[in-house]
Write a protein that binds this ligand. Sequence first.
Ligand SMILES: C[S@@+](CC[C@H](N)C(=O)[O-])C[C@H]1O[C@@H](n2cnc3c(N)ncnc32)[C@H](O)[C@@H]1O
Length: 417
Amino acid sequence: MADFKWHPNEPPPSIEEHSKAKLDVLRSYLRAYFDRLSINPSRDQFKLDLIDGFAGGGTFLAGDEIVSGTPLIMLEESEAAIDRLNQSRTKTLHFDFKYYFVDIEAAHTNHLRKVLDERGYQVDSERIVVHNSRFEDVVDDIIAEIRRRQPRAGRSLFLLDQCGFSQVEISLIARIFSELPAAEIILTFAADALTNFLAETPEFVRMVTPLELTEQRISDLIQLRNGDGGRALVQRILRGHIRNATKATYDTPFFIRPRQSRRALWFLHLSRHPTARDVMIQCHWNNYNKFEHYGPGGFDMLGWDALNSETLPLFHFEELDAEAMRRQLLNSMPNELFSLASEEPVTIDTMRHMFANRTAARFSDLDSVVLELFREREIEILRPDGTVRSRALRRVTPTDRIAFPQQLLLPGTSRRR
Ligand SMILES: C[S@@+](CC[C@H](N)C(=O)[O-])C[C@H]1O[C@@H](n2cnc3c(N)ncnc32)[C@H](O)[C@@H]1O
């Protein structure tokens, strides 16, 4: 993984293709985040804290052009949203954003201060704070400040764009979620590099201390990597480990695959909110070609349950993939729904949450497959009062319930495959 260097008296570093992809998706995620906010029309103020914990120097060179790095993207996208969101409102909404940019290297924060200054931003004001520190040394102060500003909601977006896989202490993320349940966290993670470097040496064990990987776990992972399970199984276990250790409810892991090295970087979105996860998935669909993943499009598409990921096709979030995903979901959903709802009906909301970490489908995709199965009489859809909806139903609501017709003994038997 590239280790970028900035210095205030020198041009910024040249950007690489995978870093460019990462910047594009961050921009589009922020755009989608703001556009999906449903802010009560009677409200007149909206607060949000944006934290870039591994901020770098603020800009890159792309050929002769200077392009914005992550701290500038946070500023640009949040400012653009102010105008966009106010256009459709009668009562003006005042946005109160606060930004915290942290980097361990003084030369990097000095470069960042310079580019912010050149663009007219007031650094170290009430609004923008630049810390030259280790993120882990200032995170508690930042959390306290967010709680002071937003005692109830604690609405915040954290970007932890580390180099490699072991700079972010996983326990910090759990702490952020426990103090700020509304937080969303984007973590970059060099999953392939970690898989390659796995070793039982004291240096490696020390290196991955921040990840809370025990020696036993490392030894198991090495055995899996070298055995039939291969890299896909190692990465599936890593993914589960990160989700559990960070105490995130939802995770959306996707690959950014640099062309030269072919070593995948995960862009991992962690949250405790289903809507946050859905915005992230939508964003992947909008950015097709930037992300890809092993596996088909239905359940377990992420390749985690496939024994040998090398032989799986890549999923690119394109139209053809969308159609293939719909077909696969139509085939696999009856069994999945049967496991969920055979004993008693489950709400659409529960169905969405149960499937969220297992597929690239947006909630709208899952809903439309459920509707199709309802039209084909594979399942019933009940109103909250228990009465059956009409087969002409066009949209489900989160409180509708999925049930199985009594006469259906085996799920999926009426579907043609
Ligand atoms: C991948 S670069 C960030 C690039 C930036 N996010 C962008 O795309 O515009 C990672 C940065 O993290 C900084 N860093 C490394 N360890 C850190 C730590 N413990 N706390 C804060 N910053 C750290 C490095 O100095 C480097 O500038």
